[in-house]
Design a binder for this molecule. Sequence first.
Ligand SMILES: [Zn+2]
Length: 257
Amino acid sequence: MLTALRHFNQVKVLARQSEKADAPFTCPTCTREVVLHKGNIRAHHFKHKPPVTCARGKGETEQHLRAKLGIYDALALEPNVMDLELEKDFGISVADVYARISGTPVAIEIQRSKLSVADICARTANYYKLGIAVLWVGLPDGELSREKYSPSAWERWCHAAYFGRVYYWDSGQVLRAVHFGAHRIYVESTTWYESGGNERSAGGYERISKRYKTPYAGVPVLLSRSFRLARKTAWIGGTVAVPQCLLYVDIQPKWWK
Ligand SMILES: [Zn+2]
């Protein structure tokens, strides 16, 4: 986690603006002490002392911390962004970055591997109750530039929720929207003879893969300028269920066929 409470005055502070001399620091969720880490390589952060029983900051990788800080720092420069906060508490979840963008309250949640689709649904429903639009953002993966990609459960969920788009962090406040199109597999034709001597053949056609999709990236979009609020009613399709929610979606027209 990038923020903690400075114990003596209970003020929320950023790790990069804190010194060891300001200790002790505590976790806003569990109130236990957290330790400030200020190395030369990793982003400055706070960490629970073991054994860790608190969910705050759990499953955050270095890339996750960098994405959070990158978004926060970039949004801080935009005149239409108000009430910007890192790691803002909303009861059952802590938004990685929260801001009011051109008047729309937005919670930006960066996906971490430990979070299940059930968690994503619960958090999304909670933001809806609070009147906040949510934007789930994935961390980029080299595999996405290939023609064949196997989306995970959360990516399939986001694709269904965000009208056929999944967002990935690029740099600063720049995101990349990716659409997953059908992936066709050619089934080779084969011929064989049955015991009675009859010739049989199969294959020689294309089928659509259930597991694989072909990613199509849109143009880069800016969090502070290229998005709008979208209301969505509860929706179920196949194995994906999306609750009634407020989403933050980009305004670029459909770029896939
Ligand atoms: Zn904690």
